[in-house]
Design a protein around this ligand. Structure first.
Ligand code: ACK
Length: 990
């Protein structure tokens, strides 16, 4: 021992001092690591036990800040049969099931020590022992079998004496993990078998996902799972927020949060500011949790206090129960104007003009109140000389008495020669809420006598004699009768009016064998009465008498009855068809059965339907309805990020009054556009503005009042999904990829429920934000035709992105949510293959042919079988057999909850040979040969990977460093390493 110490101690110490300075800088650990033991920060003796005494030795050194630091060293290289143990105290595991051991050490190269025997080692072993007790048996009784070996540790960098002289620091850092822990704590033990080692620091830590707030949900500190399974964590909404969809996230084994699902939203009266819910200021309100922001109180209302979920109406103004909270408060209408009555015997037509002030509402109706008045003074009434009583049920109002939509009513069945007073009232949806007296306008009417009914006639060759009943004497004195007639079917050209004081008349000079229509009315001193109905009479061909011919009367009655029935039918048809005029239901494309659009937002309860901008006669109206106009001075453009179909795409900032500044993307319409181009450009905003879903790109607003015209959307830091995946080839876990797919499927489920068919779903049209949340974008109307570089002309003339499109959509433009599902399957394939081009370099024609013959894309490399099966389901030829988006979301959720289902990988068809090595391989060379990667033997041996065990922890970056540059080869080697790990029982991470 003495000999070894003389050799090495000063060298080690010298080295340690430098290393210490270096290590100080490393004490800031990531916030997802919780340290259980850190030998460098121990205030006093570490108290570790060493055996035998001449083995490991504690050395205290001072760091730069004069803080003592404990290290252990051993260097008994001159003597054989060394077995030196060093054991830590009990390290409490604090609930962690998996802990990591990070060892920093230096190790001397045996060749650099002159005269050392061949027993000199360049490795040491690390063990652990789980225990509930803080007083373990003394180390001298240690039995290796009680300890579990973690690993044999070798230095990546050993040092020689010359190095020390040159002050070259060669500090090795090795990290190993121990999983499946269940007892109170563990001991670590270091076994030296004859090497020259200094343990500079030993740190034991576990990983946790640190507290995070996302989508207004708080996810607490979470200890990672014991194996590679994800820990599902239910988030709780931040203060003043409520759940929209249960917020969940998954804590991964490396302490990262993955796959945010669900979200919270600020309660009514609160809005989101910097991840918190803040109360609406006075004068503002937010009615529903689903609304994004507090908005100004509508006209004639106010909120004096914070947190208002609705604004209170000013005095004299009201809000009807069914009025949306965003509507201005309104008041009852003023009285109708200019009433006019037209009396027709015992019927009267009343007409008036609408009120000057509708009260701010569009639902004005009218009611007509009827009073019958006699000439005597009412008991108790003074001065009027009239007594009026309600009309009761006698008169008939057409179309109705109350709730008239138009300012007109016909009142029939009034009593003859009677005075009536009609009071007309205008009402609206808040009239019942107003305590103020109603405003009425009145009109007085006097009815006249009853009709004159023709009772007898006589027909001659060129004359007809009529006789009719005289009115009742009470109807007044008849001044004269008026007889009107015309030749049937010639009314418009000619009709004749004759007058007589008698109640019969012979009309002469008629054509023989011709039908005439006659009407008679009486004029009394009260005015003209009603016609008593029409009668058709035909002159005879020869002279003959036909007085009161019962057959003729029957025919007349039948014809009148027939006419009435016809009229009723016509009226009924009119009423029924009138009901249908409430909304227009149209199809954007006759081939597109699901795209039904409703104008005026007539919707089935509980459903929301996308309204196509073309449904509006004026497309600007659609933009006004669905997109918020933003003042240009609220926007700050920062840089150009790409080119769109209509102009540049920039990133920038949007600051709306009393809102926090947000990062936005700005699409602008280049100068010199046509009106059609402007409409097409803005149609994307009219469509996007109707959607509100975490996986659909959110529209912030539009600038249309000044040039250039712009569409402002939320900013997606990672740009489009295809480019993003290519840039990060192979860098995500399968769970992360499944999380992305789940997001896209949820967005598509929402669109399909809105009856919106996307038609161009592809990774290039998905945007990714900084949290890896994927959002569906690109809703322009002309996009499939013009914008998409992938779109190609089909034989039927349409332009379609062939590789992403379902066969029925290519063949006969049958675009439906089921064809979107097909495209979704292609997007899944793009995601798993990190942005590979579907069907590689096959021509479009070959793709169409291959699909028709039943060929489908094979599973990409490393693709779990379940995911490929889901893709194949999306690519069912019969569209009714494809899954719905809701089903896809559920399937992906299940996989996220139970990732073990993702472990079984589909056989890669890209390589002919299996990547699993022959069971017999035992050397690195044999292994590389077995996977046809023999060309890298030298790379591995140069990098020091000489045993099969040593390759088990090779990472992608190490492969890169050793010169394995091709991504495909890296994947092949890593995939085979996974198989080796599985064969050796080492844990395989998903
Ligand atoms: O792949 P990228 O970076 O993502 O390049 C295209 C480019 O603009 C032309 O479309 C990017 N882009 C479009 N919309 C957005 C957005 N909302 N946030 C961030 N980048 C966007 C897209």
């Amino acid at each position: 021992m003495a000999l070894s110490w003389i050799y090495s101690a000063p060298l080690l110490l010298l080295l340690l001092l430098h290393v210490v300075t270096f290590c100080q800088a490393l004490r800031n650990y990531p916030d997802n690591e919780v340290t259980l033991l850190d030998s460098m920060s121990a205030p006093g003796d570490l108290g570790w036990e060493a055996y035998p005494a001449e083995g490991w030795e504690e050395i205290s050194v001072m760091d730069e800040r004069n803080t003592p630091m404990r290290t252990y060293q051993v260097c008994n290289v001159m003597e054989a049969n060394q077995n030196n143990w060093l054991r830590t105290g009990l390290i409490q595991r604090e609930g962690a099931q998996r802990v990591y051991v990070e060892i920093k050490f230096t190790l001397r190269d045996c060749n650099s020590l002159p005269g050392v025997p061949g027993t000199c080692k360049e490795t040491f072993n690390v063990y652990y022992h789980e225990s509930n007790s803080a007083s373990p048996p003394p180390l001298r009784h240690i039995r290796e079998s009680q300890y579990v070996k973690i690993d044999t540790i070798a230095a990546d960098e050993s040092f020689t004496q010359t190095d020390v002289g040159d002050r070259v620091m060669k500090l090795n850092t090795e990290v190993r993990d121990i999983s499946g822990l269940s007892k109170r704590g563990l001991y670590l033990a270091f076994q030296d078998l004859g090497a020259c080692i200094a343990l500079v620091s030993v740190r034991v830590f576990y990983k946790r996902c640190p507290l995070a707030v996302l989508n207004l949900a708080r996810f607490g500190d979470t200890v990672t799972g014991g194996d590679s399974a994800l820990v599902e964590v239910r988030g709780s909404c931040v203060e003043d927020a409520e759940e929209l969809e249960a917020p969940r996230m998954f804590c991964s084994a490396d302490g990262g949060w993955l796959v945010p699902i669900g979200r919270c939203v600020c309660k009514p009266g609160f809005e989101e500011v910097d991840g918190r819910c803040q109360p609406c200021r006075s004068g503002f309100y937010k009615a529903s949790a689903m609304d994004a922001y507090c908005v100004k109180c509508p006209p004639h209302s106010y909120s004096h206090q914070d947190k208002a979920s609705e604004c209170v109406c000013e005095r004299g103004f009201h809000r009807a129960e069914t009025d949306p909270r965003s509507m201005a408060c309104t008041r009852p209408p003023s009285a109708p104007g200019n009433p006019i009555s037209t009396v027709n015997e015992t019927a009267v037509t009343l007409e008036w003009s609408p009120p000057r002030d509708s009260g701010g509402r569009g639902d004005v109706t009218y009611s007509v109140h009827c009073k019958k008045c006699s000439g005597e003074a009412a008991p108790g009434a003074s001065g009027t000389g009239e007594r009026c009583v309600p009309c009761g049920s006698g008169p008939h109002f057409n179309p109705r008495q109350f709730g008239l939509a138009h300012p007109r009513v016909l009142v029939t069945e009034l009593q003859p020669r009677t005075n009536y007073t009609f009071s007309i009232e205008a009402l609206n949806g808040v009239s019942d809420l107003s305590p103020s007296p109603r405003h009425l306008v009145s009109v007085n009417v006097t009815t006249s006598q009853t009709v004159s009914v023709i009772v007898k006639e006589r027909r001659g060759r060129d004359s007809i004699t009529l006789a009719w009943q005289a009115p009742e004497p009470s109807d007044g004195t008849v001044v004269e009768y008026e007889v009107t007639y015309y030749e049937k079917n010639q009314r418009d050209q000619n009709y004749t009016v004759l007058k007589t004081k008698s109640n019969s008349m012979t009309v002469e000079g008629l054509k023989p064998g011709t039908t005439y229509v006659f009407r008679v009315r009486a004029r009394t001193d009260g005015g003209y009465g009603n016609y008593g109905g029409e009668i058709e009479l035909e002159t005879s061909h020869e002279d003959m008498l036909a007085v009161g011919d019962p057959n003729q009367q029957t025919i007349l009655a039948v014809s009148i009855a027939g006419g009435v029935v016809l009229l009723i039918l016509l009226v009924a048809c009119f009423v029924v068809s009138g009901r249908h005029c409430g909304y227009i239901k149209a199809k954007q494309d006759p081939e597109e059965e699901k795209m039904q659009f409703q104008h005026g937002r007539v919707q089935l309860p509980g459903t929301r339907t996308y309204i196509h901008p073309h449904t509006y006669e004026d497309p600007n109206q659609a933009v006004r309805e669905f997109a918020k106009e933003i003042e240009v001075f609220n926007i700050r453009i920062e840089r150009v990020i790409g080119a769109g179909e209509f102009g540049e795409v920039c990133s920038g900032r949007l600051r709306l009054p009393s809102k926090r500044e947000i990062h936005v993307a700005i699409k602008s319409l280049k100068a010199g556009y046509t009106e059609q181009q402007r409409r097409d450009f803005l149609s994307e905003a009219s469509i996007m503005g109707q959607f509100d879903h975490p996986n659909i790109i959110r529209l912030e607003g539009v600038v249309t009042r000044c040039k250039p015209v712009m569409i402002i959307t939320e900013y997606m830091e990672n740009g489009s999904l295809d480019t993003f995946l290519k840039k990060h080839d192979g860098q995500f876990t399968v769970i992360q990829l499944v999380g992305m797919m789940r997001g896209i499927a949820a967005g598509m489920q929402y669109l399909s429920e809105m009856n919106y068919v996307h038609r161009d779903l592809a990774a290039r049209n998905i945007l990714v934000n900084s949290n890896l949340v994927c959002k569906v974008s690109d809703f322009g109307l002309s996009r499939v035709l013009e914008d998409d570089p992938e779109a190609a002309y089909t034989t039927r003339g349409g332009k379609i992105p062939i590789r992403w499109t379902a066969p029925e959509a290519i063949a006969y433009r049958k675009f439906t949510s089921a064809s979107d599902v097909w495209s979704y399957g292609i997007v899944m394939w793009e995601v798993i293959s990190y942005g590979e081009r579907p069907y590689w370099e096959m021509s479009n024609q070959d793709v169409i042919k291959a699909i028709d013959e039943g060929y489908r894309l094979p599973a990409p490399m490393d693709c779990p079988i379940v995911l490929h099966q889901l893709m194949l389901d999306c690519w069912e030829k019969s569209r009714s057999e494809r899954p719905k988006f809701g089903h896809i979301v559920n399937s992906l959720d299940q996989l996220i909850r139970n990732p073990s289902a993702l472990k079984q990988l589909a056989n890669s068809t890209i390589w002919e040979d299996p990547v699993t090595p022959e069971p017999a391989v035992s050397t690195v060379e044999d292994w590389l040969d077995s996977i046809k990667m023999g060309q890298y033997k030298e790379h591995f041996s140069n990098a020091g990977y000489v045993t099969l065990d040593s390759v088990l922890y090779v990472s992608v970056s190490e492969l890169g460093k050793m010169g394995v540059a091709l991504t495909g080869h890296q994947k092949k080697i890593l995939s085979s390493i996974q198989s080796l790990q599985a064969q050796q029982g080492t844990h395989v991470q998903v």
